[in-house]
Design a protein around this ligand. Sequence first.
Ligand SMILES: O=C(O)CCC(=O)N[C@@H](CCC(=O)O)C(=O)O
Ligand SMILES: [Zn+2]
Length: 350
Amino acid sequence: MSANLSYLNELKQNGDFLTLSRNNEWHLDASAFTLDNGTAVTVHDTGVIEFQPKGITTKDVVLSSAIHGNETAPIEICDELIKRIISGDLQLAQRALFIFGNPQSINIGKRFIGENLNRLFNGHHTVEGVPMNNERVRAAKLEQYVSDFYYRGSQVSQRCHYDLHTAIRGSKNDKFAVYPFLHGKPWKKAQLQFLLSCGVNTVLMMKSAATTFSYYSSFVHGADSFTVELGQVKPFGENDMSRFEKTKQTLTALISQKEVIYKEFDASDFELFSVHRSINRTEHVFSFPFSDDAENFTGFAKGELLATDGQTCYYAEVDGEAIIFPNADVALGQRALLTVIPLKNTDNII
Ligand SMILES: O=C(O)CCC(=O)N[C@@H](CCC(=O)O)C(=O)O
Ligand SMILES: [Zn+2]
């Protein structure tokens, strides 16, 4: 029996694509089958599964998780959705591509194996003189799967990509999203309404290009794309899944309904921030003056110390400059801290 058939029967029975992916950390032979309700299922690779319902669709939805392997809540959400689709319990109305980014890092419960996958997109996986590794190869393949998925869709379909994460630290605003830099294009109310329905009322507007998965699909494919942070990192079994009910319901509606009506846009429902700056670690000696339990969105008074990178001290430039994703352990040259300030000009939201 071919490798394909040996896993297909079990997958059809139990819908457990997560375990299948974890058991095949970097590669799984492609295969396809059709559900009784007519939905075509294509396994492209380990962690990459596509669902194409019968009939006309209007949205091409990419839902990724485990770009960082220890961020388990989004993995559990996607695992449940995939199982419900394969069992026939959830009938899709839209094309959907699910991605578990880094199955081996799920298995060891770590953010990554050799290199942070979310710093390798938008071509950064392949750099002359830099040796390839598993994450670099995987980033290149994931870009290709997303490209193929969008190109095979109708050219008038709406493309979206929600890259689901959890933050290392606790956050004053428990759930928040990063809106990738749009190069001057307007931010969309409809997307903010969708996020609010997911339980995400806080959005950070990036103002420069990035190497993240969400920036890649936004920039290269014109997708409505976000990194979505769903609370704090926890090991499997320790997530309070009731905190993700709104997210699950909203994602379910997104892929199973022809059209979803969200609450009317009201700016006062949101806390919108502009990314003020990104501070990279450039020296071995790098530290923060605050403790490991200082939460994301903690604000600092103008002049207070934010970070020390070798001989360079970074001080808050404006009152209320708030810290996001502080991480002194990043590789040299990588982002160790983002800071944000409230977004003042909301004219560019249509
Ligand atoms: O909590 C942290 O320090 C990191 C959580 C995380 O993985 N965040 C993403 C954000 C990506 C983006 O900026 O869009 C990351 O750092 O890759
Ligand atoms: Zn993450």
